[in-house]
Design a protein around this ligand. Structure first.
Ligand SMILES: *Cc1c(COP(=O)(O)O)cnc(C)c1O
Length: 448
């Protein structure tokens, strides 16, 4: 057989596809854990805004032999032989990313959002340089200058905050802080910021002080792919994203940048901060990018936002206060102070019933970080399962009941009815996003 010859027809299961039974026999403990986790996902409501259900196609390629290949370097310039096939996967991922987001350059190798962000610091800043970003307490990310992260330990964080009244970014304040501190990099984008960002305003501020404008779009790139929120790429020097949040691909990161920064970014990823790339993850990114470029994904992106708005309104109806008054994205941050419960307690009570959401600080939070006033919920995963706005009203009711301390067993019973209509892993599952989304456990039975 020639080394590049196909070993099986495309439409049948190739001999190299792993069998669940192989794992179950070799390591029943881990097989049991994986199946229980599938059961937890299937039985509960996944409202952690960062999480999603990747498609069967994405998960299939993650388990492929592409994971075995060492391919340090870039397409056509690898440090090992035998990269002709993985090269094509990386080429496709790069092409699809560039086409989908209109980017001059894409690097699809970062292992995670944090790895992508580390590379951006490495490309544009020297140790101790001032880097300006939304404060963690106001919705920024750990990698935006928190002292417990490399970003705050190795660089000089210059935080900006949201306006006290609107709880949205105060662009005049950003301009003033930028003029005073002259940061090397200005970062916008966050992890608990539910609103669209005025990229043009940030571009003008960055130009004024000759800073690099970096948009950390980790959460929203799926919404961008669907054309439902503004695309930061035309405005930014560099955009980083995860591939596993609203983009619904494999766990990983990606960097999009202007052509003039291509070399700096590529070198900052490899060899500066990573060595061997995960070729199975890169191929899975290509699969996810193809999915995200299809018309159905636009419906998915719109659905995430419609669901977030419905969930926000319904939570407000139960007495929660919406941070910034609402949402433009898949993220809702709700202040529970009017309900007399803190976010940590709400997180715990909800989790006991099978509703997974997370505690979150609200801007100018009077409570300490361990027991902040709010919760963050996101609609990426439930929208993949096919839930609609009416279901969000029910979900808000379940959250409110959990927060009141109702018996978790009773709430879980009602969740069972909801998830039966929209299973996370439909048996014989098809492509995600439609009425029959998300799952596809082809072998090994359906989870609990
Ligand atoms: C999730 C997130 C990251 C980090 O992604 P990981 O893959 O968890 O490392 C970075 N920035 C923002 C804004 C995020 O929301």
């Amino acid at each position: 057989m020639r080394r590049d010859e196909r070993i099986s027809p495309l439409s049948t299961t190739p001999s190299w596809v792993p069998e669940w039974e192989d794992l179950a026999a070799a390591d029943p403990e881990i097989a049991d854990i994986a199946d229980r986790e599938a059961g937890r996902l299937a039985a509960g409501l996944q409202l952690i805004a960062s999480e999603n259900h990747a498609s069967p196609a994405v998960r299939a390629v993650l388990a492929s032999p592409l994971s075995m290949k060492y391919a340090e370097g870039y397409v056509g310039q690898r440090f090992y032989p035998g990269c002709e096939h993985v090269d094509r996967a990386e080429e496709l991922a790069v092409q699809r990313a560039r086409a989908l987001f209109g980017a001059e350059h894409a690097n699809v190798q970062p292992h995670s959002g944090t790895s992508a962000n580390l590379a951006v610091y490495a490309a544009f800043a020297k140790p101790d340089d001032p880097v300006m970003a939304l404060s963690l307490a106001h919705g920024g990310h750990l990698t935006h200058g928190a002292r417990i992260s490399f970003s705050g330990a190795w660089f000089t964080p210059v935080p900006y905050e949201v306006d006290r009244a609107t709880e949205q970014i105060d662009y005049e304040a950003v301009r003033e802080i930028a003029r005073i501190h002259a940061p090397r990099i200005i970062v916008c984008g966050g992890t608990a910021y539910p609103r669209n960002i005025d990229y043009q305003a940030f571009r003008e501020i960055a130009d004024e002080i000759e800073a690099i404008l970096w948009v950390d779009a980790a959460h929203i790139m799926g919404l961008v792919a669907g054309g439902e929120v503004p695309n930061p790429v035309p405005f930014a020097d560099v955009v980083t994203t995860t591939t596993h949040k609203t983009l619904r691909g494999p766990r990983g990161g990606m960097i999009l940048c202007r052509g003039e920064h291509a070399r700096a970014i590529d070198r900052a990823v490899f060899p500066f901060s990573q060595s061997g790339p995960s070729m199975q993850a890169i191929a899975a990114k290509a699969v996810a990018l193809r999915e995200a470029s299809q018309p159905a994904f636009k419906d998915y992106a719109r659905g995430m936002i419609e669901n977030a708005r419905a969930l926000a309104d319904a939570l407000a109806g139960h007495g929660a206060r919406l941070v910034s008054g609402g949402t433009d994205t898949h993220i809702v941050v709700a202040d529970l102070q009017p309900l007399g419960i803190d976010g940590a307690r709400a997180e715990d009570l909800c989790a006991r019933a099978g509703i997974y959401l997370n505690k979150s600080a609200v801007p100018f939070d009077p409570m300490p970080p361990r027991t902040p006033s709010g919760i963050r919920v996101g609609t990426a995963a439930v929208t993949t399962q096919g839930f609609g706005a009416g279901d969000m009203v029910e979900i808000a009711g379940l959250i409110a009941r959990a927060c009141r301390g109702e018996d978790p067993g009773r709430i879980a019973a009602d969740i069972a009815g909801l998830v039966a209509r929209h299973p996370a892993f439909p048996v014989g599952g098809s492509a995600p996003g439609g009425s029959d989304p998300g799952g596809g456990i082809r072998r090994g039975g359906s989870p609990a």
